[in-house]
Design a protein around this ligand. Structure first.
Ligand code: PMP
Ligand code: GLN
Length: 389
């Protein structure tokens, strides 16, 4: 065949995502998969039953592109219950096909070619390709292990008159960091000073541990018209394959985002929307139970990894632990390490360097603890056996 005409050069320059790569490798080697972040054994039966009923009895045709009124109302009620937000469900809530689509719609809807976009590394893998494809110019600021503290000077220096927006992820994947109210106030000051917006990826909003509290940036003074807050039913109900997410924002901010959404996915399965609306109405006990269970699993996995010999970093939120493997005597980088334990020990993890553009933070593996106790025990047993021999 003659040589193909070149495809889009920006997207072609990226490889296959690390999550897909490691899950395939885990499958090929029969490894316990603590890599890609998907939960096991936490799916609420009532929510699943509601989806089954809605598939059988409908609705099964295109819903409104903004989402079913029922789900938009449930999202507004959820945000009122947990954050005291007063949202107009018909003008300020849009349902999307997962947080990934919500992010893409926000970025495509708001970025004009040449706009600067501030990002904090380590960053979730979908941000950069979409920002580049939208013509945005990324300005990267980094936080680093072990404390992942926000370097305020560097953050302020990343902003300019050309800044359109920042993408903020709290609780943060993979760091497990929950941004403090103080850090958020500092950021709010920058947004006002530079007349910029924030796309707030808060998919782990309910996965916050110990005495920490999740504070949405949109609830801070002056932020109501500057923030777009993104949520994901995949995380709240441990049903990641459903891909039901949402964006809430003031009408003037949501409108351009809806323009992108209508040409990307247009809409999201209505039967799953019905089930998510039901789930969001579950009482506080459900949400507290999820946090309690995941906190116990975090402690279970952290104790096990320490027994194996890792140096385990603190996790305040999300369902990920980052662990330094150098105390085990492994001298290679994190990609080699994750490949090795997947193939030889039968436990998959994600190299933390995949969340950075550079290669200098390359001695941490990310483990997902939203797994059954049996899976965590098996993973620890396999790692202990491997590193003892
Ligand atoms: N943002 C972050 C930080 C995530 O970890 C994920 C995870 N899977 C997403 C967005 C995407 O969520 P969804 O599956 O709802 O598209
Ligand atoms: N967010 C999940 C993670 O960080 C995976 C999402 C995906 O596979 N694209 O593991």
């Amino acid at each position: 065949m003659e040589q193909m005409k070149p495809a889009n050069s920006i997207l072609s320059s990226f490889g296959t995502t690390i999550f897909e790569t490691m899950s395939r490798l885990a499958q090929a080697h029969g490894a316990v998969n603590l890599g890609q972040g998907f939960p096991e054994g936490l799916e609420p039966a009532g929510v699943i039953a509601k989806a089954a009923e809605a598939v059988t009895n409908g609705p099964n045709q295109y819903p409104s592109m903004m989402g079913t009124p029922e789900l938009r109302q449930a999202i507004a009620a959820h945000d009122r219950r947990f954050y005291g937000l007063d949202l107009d469900p018909m003008a300020e809530v849009m349902v999307t096909s997962g947080a990934t689509e919500a992010l893409a719609s926000c970025l495509f809807g708001l970025i004009e070619p040449g706009d600067e976009v501030v990002l904090i590394e380590p960053l979730y893998d979908s941000y950069l390709p979409i920002i580049r494809r939208a013509g945005g110019i990324p300005k990267l600021v980094r936080v680093e292990p072990p404390h992942w503290d926000l370097p305020r000077e560097a953050l302020a220096a990343a902003f300019s008159e050309r800044t359109k927006l920042i993408v903020l992820n709290t609780p943060m994947n993979p760091a497990g960091k929950v941004w403090s109210a103080d850090d958020l106030s500092f950021l709010a000051g920058l947004l006002e000073r530079f007349d910029a917006y924030a796309v707030c990826d808060e998919v782990y909003e309910h996965l916050v541990y110990d005495d920490r509290r999740h504070v949405p940036l949109i609830t801070l003074p002056g932020m109501r018209d500057r923030c777009l807050k993104i949520g994901s039913a995949g995380k709240i109900f441990s049903l990641t394959g459903w891909k039901v997410g949402w964006v809430i924002a003031a009408p003037a901010l949501l409108q351009p985002v809806a323009k992108a959404h209508q040409y990307l996915t247009f809409t999201t399965p209505p039967n799953l929307q019905a089930a998510v609306a039901f789930g969001l109405g579950l009482d506080d006990g459900y949400y507290q139970g999820l946090t309690r269970l995941l906190q116990a699993r975090r402690d279970h996995l952290a104790a096990g990894l320490e027994r194996v010999g890792f140096r385990v970093l603190e996790t305040g939120g999300s369902y990920f632990i980052s662990a330094d493997f150098r105390p085990l005597g492994f001298a290679g980088d994190d990609e080699e390490f994750c490949r090795l334990i997947t193939e030889r020990a039968g436990v998959a993890a994600i190299p933390v360097s995949a969340f950075y553009q550079g290669r200098d933070v390359a001695h941490f593996a990310r483990f997902c603890f939203a797994k059954t106790d049996a899976a965590i025990d098996m993973a620890i047993e396999r790692l202990e056996r491997h590193f003892r021999s």
